[in-house]
Design a protein around this ligand. Structure first.
Ligand code: SF4
Length: 318
């Protein structure tokens, strides 16, 4: 059992409704852990709350209730403690073009974190090491380049170098390859895997793409409308999915052995989460009569399944 580096316990994040409307429950009772050296994929459709959850795990959003802990200690939200925390837990954003200042050279972009944190030591050597780790070699060749002079894959590597320069214990990557061409995606995935092997880095990868989770993660947590509905080792969840939502997401992947289950409609508004199971209006198992046959259909529409604590499935059928 690896040592738990990052954990969320019964996390809730609510945003006030617009013009006095109902409160939006973006994250609604989530438990999640990332072990030392472990890669966890947090998967779900857009709007399911995964980015809000990731931001809360980095201390960028303060939870309404519940606890985020790092290395066994609850986060301290004083500015000084948060600054120290952000050295250890780094965010890698989705769009490298948007995350890089077009007027900053690669050197300045990577050195920025060192300067913000007033890190002691040889800045040039640290920048060169980070670029090298991110696969931009020889690093000196990239120092004076500007983002527009780089390919999309190289820009993403610069963003990753900017996260690595502070020698974090954890990176949180939000859709790290979503904006890249298919040919470059494989390279960046290989880089993330190499970093885990070489540095023992922990990672939380936020993605809508179960295929990406399969390629990179040790564990996967599937999120729907503010809750984790299924969580476990990647081979278990992706080869023997048990929650109807996970099954539906997997069934539409090419070469899936599962019967295709097309999800109809959109997820409900987080300000209007329905009673019962929050997935019931779209659940193929309920629509096809499997829940009725198992005698749980009435509970599906009236009773919320118990939340997933650790690994498990939030469904009355399971
Ligand atoms: Fe479907 Fe019922 Fe399970 Fe919800 S609890 S996923 S509605 S079977």
């Amino acid at each position: 059992m690896t040592h738990t580096l990052l954990s969320a316990e019964d996390l809730h994040i609510a945003f006030p409704g617009r013009r006095g409307g109902p409160v939006a429950r973006a994250v609604d009772g989530v438990d999640l852990t990332v072990g030392a050296g472990e890669t966890v994929a947090l998967v779900g459709e857009s709007g399911c709350g995964k980015t809000t959850l990731a931001r809360a795990l980095l201390g960028l959003v303060r939870p309404t209730s519940g606890t985020v802990s790092f290395d066994g200690r609850p986060l301290d939200y004083t500015p000084r403690a948060l600054k120290a925390y952000r050295r250890r837990a780094q965010l890698v954003l989705q769009d490298p073009t948007g995350s890089l200042n077009p007027r900053h050279t690669v050197y300045d972009a990577v050195a920025e974190g060192l300067r913000v944190h007033r890190a002691p030591g040889d800045e040039r050597a640290a920048v060169a090491r980070a670029l090298s780790l991110a696969g931009l070699r020889p690093p000196e060749r990239f120092f004076l380049r500007y983002p527009h002079e780089l390919s999309g894959g190289q820009r993403q590597r610069v963003v990753i170098a900017g996260a690595l320069v502070l020698e974090p214990a954890l990176i949180v990557a939000d859709e790290p390859v979503a904006s890249l061409d298919a040919s470059v995606r494989g390279e960046i995935l290989a880089l993330l895997l190499r970093l885990r092997a070489e540095l023992g880095l922990s990672a939380l990868i936020v993605t809508h793409d179960l295929g990406l989770a399969w390629n990179i993660a040790d564990r996967v947590a599937v999120m729907y409308l503010g809750r984790v509905v299924e969580s476990g080792p990647v081979e278990t969840v992706l080869t023997e999915p048990r929650h109807p939502y996970t099954r539906a997401l997997l069934s539409v992947l090419p070469e899936s052995p599962l019967p295709p289950a097309v999800l109809t409609g959109e997820p409900p508004d987080p300000a209007r989460i329905p009673p019962g199971c929050r997935f019931h209006a779209r659940c193929p198992a309920l629509a096809a009569g499997a829940a009725e046959e198992a005698g749980v259909a009435a509970r599906c529409v009236t009773e919320q399944p118990a939340p997933v604590r650790g690994d498990g499935v939030a469904c009355h059928l399971v």
